[in-house]
Ligand binder design. Structure first.
Ligand code: ATP
Ligand code: MG
Length: 298
């Protein structure tokens, strides 16, 4: 599956630049995860790629079809759950999924069977005939995801699908997305950086409408100054570092950021001091803070 974006720019109200010459070249069966602060432009980008919003300039090509000239063809390839998507309150889950699939061109009996399978895979099988308005917030989100996973679309857009889901439900959805991604491209936005890190085969960081960086978690990590962290669990701690950064995280925790060689050179010292410690590669949240500011490694 393929998405190519060329210089996508969106200016709202003639003045506010929400997307600024965004280029993408995604050729992937898997999960492409977009992260960025509130207002970074994630939803704007997804709405443009899924033909719900016109760019001010630039264009994109999805599986060979141009969003400006062949929007109809693009729509046959894609399914999207917008950030603000809400289930129709007076329908039931099975009616919701079945009607969506019939609208996509499936017969009633085929749509119903596909709908039941999708609801079962989202753990909603016992709620299929309950009115949507009686579902919890998380169950409603799962229903929205069930509708798109039921479709056989090859490119799926999920704008913050796990916001509001409890920890277990989120993990369940991760499993479903992992199974689903084998022969599809899933474009996923999330504010849970752990989720972007474990699910994203490729990750892109958007800030103020511009792409700051893209790649695998390893690619992103290799570009930052301090890719390793030594976590020391001790109430008192003093150490001199030439290159690196020490931050006290709590009364009993110190995190030391540095290059791989700097961090490993400290290990013997930790053993001698008899303190408890771990050595890890930094997480996506460290990389994110490093790239878009707001802390840690500035
Ligand atoms: N319809 C609109 N009219 C005017 N400005 C808009 C409109 N939609 C979004 N914006 C502005 O464009 C910017 C990007 O918004 P967007 O919704 O794409 O951000 P986002 O990254 O999805 O944020 P969030 O994480 O909060 O969902 C924001 O500053 C927002 O205020
Ligand atoms: Mg958004």
């Amino acid at each position: 599956m393929e998405i190519i974006a060329k210089s996508l720019t969106k200016i709202y109200d003639g003045k506010y630049k929400a997307l600024d010459t965004v280029d993408l070249d995604i050729n992937l069966n898997g999960i492409f995860s977009i992260i960025g602060k509130n207002g970074a432009g994630k939803t704007t980008l997804i709405r443009i790629l899924s033909t719900q919003l016109m760019p001010t300039s630039g264009t994109a090509i999805l599986n060979g079809h141009d969003i400006l000239r062949e929007a109809g063809k693009v729509r046959e390839e894609i399914a999207a759950v917008p950030q603000e998507a809400r289930a129709v309150p007076w329908l039931t889950p099975i009616q919701t999924v079945t009607s969506y699939l019939m609208w996509r061109g499936y017969t009633f009996s085929k749509a119903k069977q596909m709908g039941l399978d999708a609801l079962r895979s989202m753990g909603l099988e016992n709620l299929e005939n309950q009115k949507n308005r009686k579902l919890s917030g998380g169950q409603k989100r799962k229903l929205m995801v069930a509708t798109v996973i039921a479709s056989e679309a090859s490119i799926i857009f999920l704008d913050e699908p796990t916001t509001g889901l409890d920890y277990i439900s989120r993990k369940e959805l991760w499993e479903i997305l992992r199974k689903l991604k084998k022969d599809r491209l899933i474009i996923l936005t999330t504010h849970y950086l752990e989720e972007a890190e474990v699910l994203g085969d490729l990750i892109t960081i958007l800030d103020k409408g511009k792409i700051m960086d893209s790649g695998t978690i390893g690619d992103l990590r290799s570009k930052i100054k301090y890719p390793f962290v030594l976590k020391v669990y001790s109430p008192q701690f003093d150490i001199e570092m030439k290159n690196g950064r020490i931050s006290r995280v709590s009364d009993n925790e110190f995190f030391i950021y540095g290059s791989e060689s700097e961090i490993y050179s400290l290990v013997q010292d930790m053993i001698n001091r008899k303190v408890r410690f771990t050595v890890e590669e930094v997480s996506l949240s460290n990389i994110f803070e490093n790239l878009v500011g707001g802390g840690e490694e500035d």
